[in-house]
Write a protein that binds this ligand. Structure first.
Ligand code: NAP
Length: 320
């Protein structure tokens, strides 16, 4: 426990959190970024870009850059201006009144840190299908991250579940390794952007299983097959896929503060007036935890900048 009260603590280290860190650091607010810590290949500090292969649409990189490289640059830039970055998970937050309390390592005892302002940038996590077998087979043939695990599926027949940009991006990446990749989608048109669709349809290793949902995953120690159900005929089919990647969207990471701040109906953190203000004065939010609409690295970064400026003005108004 420290008696020091920091100006600002940023929780999360994706594009939003690290942009907030760059801006608050340059405003001499000496931010502390609590970046999270790895608990699996698909849960790493740095947010969803750590699980992304090529990023082609982040302005300033005309030939593209990998997600992890981009996040390493964000991090280096935040540190260059004096951000302190702590590799740990926040275990508890008390946002009842400033100074706000933050615990890391465990929720008991005195708080580890206190701060006049908090920026929440905890992002969003992959949704799963809700099958019992998922827990057993995650990491054993079942994955949510092609970048992390694609290499292990060389010359195998595998599938990707979903029809959005993530699913198509993962599927295209996986064709570099796998013998065949089948996209299993619950409708007969993709949600993915036109350019991704065109690439997908042009790739000979990719095939599509339309109007189909995954009903079960087969295998005790490792994935040995995937059972799909045709939503129109209810017909069940078992496919001998030895790899399955789930890419059906995300849920916002709000567990730490869901009972303390207003959430929207869909569970995303509510911000007000087109700014980063949350329902609690002094607590600001940016990135995917509060954005169910744009969900891009560049919009997350932009909202991190907004949160930093909002914090700066809030602290000024409080006389700090
Ligand atoms: P998304 O756009 O929400 O797509 C989710 C997909 O999964 C949809 O096709 C959805 O089907 C399907 N789905 C959802 N729940 C399902 C379930 N329980 N069972 C089976 N299928 C299910 O999510 P996303 O692909 O992760 O993309 C999120 C955002 O990031 C989007 O704005 C996207 O454009 C962006 N993004 C961009 C890039 C890029 O530009 N390179 C890459 C990745 C993501 P329906 O279509 O029937 O709803």
């Amino acid at each position: 426990m420290t008696d020091d009260v920091r100006n600002v603590i940023v929780v999360g280290s994706g594009p939003a959190g690290l942009t907030a860190a760059i801006y608050t650091a340059r405003a001499a607010l000496e931010p502390l970024v609590i970046e999270g810590e790895p608990s699996s290949t698909s849960d790493q500090p740095g947010g969803q870009l750590m699980l992304t292969t090529e990023v082609e649409n982040f302005p300033g990189f005309p030939t593209g850059i990998t997600g992890p490289e981009l996040m390493q640059s964000f991090r280096a830039q935040a540190e260059r201006f004096g951000s302190e970055i702590l590799t740990a998970k926040v275990s508890r937050l008390d946002l009842s009144a400033p100074p706000f309390s933050v615990w890391v390592g465990g929720p008991e005892g005195d708080p580890t840190y206190r701060a006049r302002a908090i920026i929440i940038a905890t992002g969003a996590s992959s949704l799963m299908l809700g099958l019992d077998a998922e827990r057993r087979l995650l990491g054993h043939g079942l994955s949510t991250c092609a970048t992390c695990d694609g290499f292990f599926f060389r010359d195998q027949d595998i599938c990707v579940v979903g029809g959005g940009d993530s699913a198509i991006e993962e599927a295209l990446f996986l064709t570099r390794f796998a013998r065949s990749v089948t996209v299993i989608h619950r409708r007969e048109t993709l949600r993915a952007s036109k350019i991704m669709q065109e690439r997908a349809f042009a790739n000979e290793k990719l095939t599509f299983l339309w109007n189909s949902v995954v009903e079960d995953l087969i295998g005790d120690q490792r994935l040995e097959g995937v059972v799909t159900r045709d939503v129109e005929t209810d017909e069940l089919t078992t496919h001998p896929f030895t790899g399955a990647f789930v890419a059906i969207g995300h849920r916002p990471n709000t567990d730490l503060f869901a009972d303390q701040l207003s959430l929207r109906e869909n569970g995303y953190l509510q911000t007000f007036d087109g700014r980063s203000n949350t329902s609690r004065e002094g607590v600001f939010a940016c990135g995917d935890v509060q954005d169910d609409w744009y969900r891009q690295a560049i919009t997350a970064a932009g909202s991190g900048c907004m949160a930093a400026i909002d914090v700066e003005r809030w602290l000024e108004r409080q006389g700090h």
